[in-house]
Structures are given as C-alpha cells and as structure tokens.
Design a protein around this ligand. Sequence first.
Ligand code: NAD
Length: 438
Amino acid sequence: MKIAMIGSGYVGLVSGACLADFGHDVVCIDKADDKVEALKAGRIPIFEPGLDELVAKNVKAGRLTFETALAEPVAAADVVFIAVGTPSRRGDGHADLSYVYGAAREIAASIRGFTIVVTKSTVPVGTGDEVERIIREENPQADFAVVSNPEFLREGAAISDFKRPDRIVVGIEDERARDVMTEVYRPLYLNHSPLLFTERRTSELIKYAANAFLAMKITFINEMADLCEAVGADVQAVARGIGLDNRIGGKFLHAGPGYGGSCFPKDTLALVKTAQDAASPVRLIETTVAVNDQRKRAMGRKVMAACGGSVRGKTVAVLGLTFKPNTDDMRDAPSLSIIQALIDQGAEVKAYDPEGIDQAKPLLDASVAFASGPYDCAEGADAVVIVTEWDSFRALDLSRLKSVMRQPVLVDLRNIYREDEVARFGFTYTGVGRPATA
Ligand code: NAD
C-alpha cells in the first residue's frame, strides 16, 4: 500500500516508520523544514527508544521517505493519515483543530483515485464529518472516504505499542474503507490484535473515553495517597490490594505528582468541553481535571514541608523534568508547575534530566540552573526532589549523593525508594502516600 503520513511528530513518525516496517511504502510529511531536513540527513528529531534503528532500516529498504510538500505523496497514496497536533485551544480548552482542518484542505486538492483519509490525531466527535465536508467543498470530484483511527501508543514505548497494540480502533462510514484498513494493519491482524470497527463518531469518542478513564484512575490513586498520608496507611499496598482484583487491574495505580504530558491534560479538558456543549456534562472528568491541576503545585508544598516549612534561600535539586521517563517530551510536564511553585516560594532550583533539558529550557524560569548529571545537580542542595522516574535515578549512589548535598533531604515523588533504605544513609525521606516510619 502507498501511505502518506501528514505530520511527522511523536505519532506520525513512529506510525510511519512502523507502517513502513510492515512492508508499506510510506512518505512522512511535515511542514517543519528543520524536522524534514534532519530526517533526510538520518537524524531523529525526537527521543524515542529504538526509533533511530527502525527509521534507518526502513529508509535503507526504500520504504520510508520524507517530504515537506504533500501534493505528490497524497496523489500517489491509497491511504493518507493525518497525524498533526491537536493542542488545547488557547482560552477555552477545546481541541484546536486548525492543523487538522488545514491539512484536510491541502490534501483535498491532491487526491487522485479512491483515497482513504484517516484521522490518526486525537479529534473530538464530529471532526471526521467536518474533514469530509472540507474535502468535498475543496474538491467536489474527489473520490474518498474519511476514517477515524485513533492512536493509543505511549511515548517511551511507542514502537512496541504500535506493533503490539491491545486493539486497533477504526471508525468508518463508507464500507469501502473496511478492506483497505484491514490491509493496512494486516500484520497486526494476523497477529491477533483485535481490529475493532465502529461508526466514526464512536471511534472518535473511544479515544477520549480511554484517556479520561486512565487520567481518572491516576487521580483516584493520587487522592488515596493523600488519604493514606492523613490516616497512616500505605498507598502502594492499597494499590496492590485493589489492583489484584481483575475488575480493577493493577496498571495506572502509581501515586505520584499528578498526570501531565502531551495527551491526558488536553484530552480530558477537550472531553469536558465536548460534553458541556452536548449538554451532557462529564462531572467525574471535570473533577479529575480540577484535582490534578491542584496537585502539581501541592507537590511544591510537599517539598517545602520536607525542607522544614520553607525553601526561601534554599537550593532544591530537581531530578527528572520530562512528564515520564524515556521521552524528551516536556508538554504539560508536572515538573513545570512544581519548579514554578518552588521558585515562587524563594527557592533556587537546579535541574537535571537525561533527555529533556533542551525542550525544558525555554519553558522554565530563566533562573533555573541546569546540571550535567544527578550528582552535579545535587551539589550544595538542601533537598533532592525526584520528579520523573528515569531508570538512572533508581539506583543512585546514596552515600555519594549525601556527601555532595548541604542537607540530606530526599523527596521522592515517584516512590522509587523505600524510607528504610535511604534512612540508613542518613537521609530524611518523603514519599507519596506512605506513612513515616522514622
Ligand atoms: P507533534 O506536535 O509531535 O507532531 C505534529 C506534527 O505535525 C508537527 O511536527 C507539525 O509540524 C506537523 N504539522 C502540523 N500541521 C501540518 C501540516 N498541515 N502538514 C504537515 N505537517 C504538519 O504531535 P504528536 O505528539 O505526534 O501528536 C499528534 C496527534 O496524535 C495529536 O492529536 C495527539 O493528541 C495524538 N496522540 C499523541 C500521542 C503521544 O503520545 N504524543 C499518543 C496518541 C495520540
């Protein structure tokens, strides 16, 4: 199959490379010249484990190419994927669909022969109808079908998620799309990944419902963590105790600093707005959004408490800036709010992240100093705060860490240490949702 992928960011590039690896001919297109230039020169503009090898292999095999202009690849394509961004619209929190509609307009003029146009971007219910309307308006002769095929991959594990998905959701209104989409995903289908065909609006809503449910699950365990702290219980044992129940499941029950990233914050908000517009409010999700928003700055107050009630004039070392490990993505990372809260309270902040520093710099206060490693970051600090659970922070040399710090205070917002093991090295320890044993 010939595939054009419009948008070559975290989703487009990974999807394009994986589809090429399935044997399809894929052109990844992006408006950003620097991205396409980098890709043509063999450089991957984002950090995603395994992506460099996968891209190199498929470029070498002649199945994967990169372009800035979409006209030719779209004209040649059987299937055109739209994988552009759908960020929160400034001001009201609705999904900003200008990139999707812009792409639809551009695609319309170049369609030749029967073509499937697939929205892979996360888009609110009804967007497929509008994409269809736009293409028909721009090119009344075009023979096409608009399909919804939301993506469920997670950054950091994107390739394995794409190649071994729990399910593939495909929303169609035109029966001709069924066989084509089955062909696109044939290797996965043969591998028994369920291919779930629905109507298009249902498919669009499935993506938001899935993300909202996961965000709610995280928020639930975060509130349980606060309750555990108040009543002297251990949230990790609570999570295990409820997660072993198959009806609940153990995933997404890790208490922490609140969810962030490029999807949950904007998608929960967009669902709230869609539901309000439909006069069918989703109050559980409205509350999830509000609880999570407050939680991030509350983590700043946790650090203050660990520092004896104030961080004024103190140096706080922050380990981990990205919203999760194994990505360089800083969009809506909890570290941004936590660091701002600390600076607002008079702290000097030093920060280190294995991959995210370049993306973090323009988003953080100019006063933040960046370190070259965890020990360099902790040098002279009154507290170390673990915000992202990168593997390299899981086995720190605690005696070395303590020796470079001014005060041995460890705030572990990901519960990757146990109080008893760090106390042996003389640290005072604060985790999330665990009773103090000291
Ligand atoms: P991204 O910002 O990394 O990539 C989007 C790319 O599209 C950018 O490189 C941009 O230059 C390009 N673009 C915009 N308009 C274009 C146009 N008209 N022609 C060509 N290129 C254009 O975004 P992302 O993280 O890949 O997310 C894309 C979509 O996938 C969003 O809707 C997001 O919600 C959804 N999604 C993301 C993830 C994730 O983990 N990042 C997971 C599932 C779904």
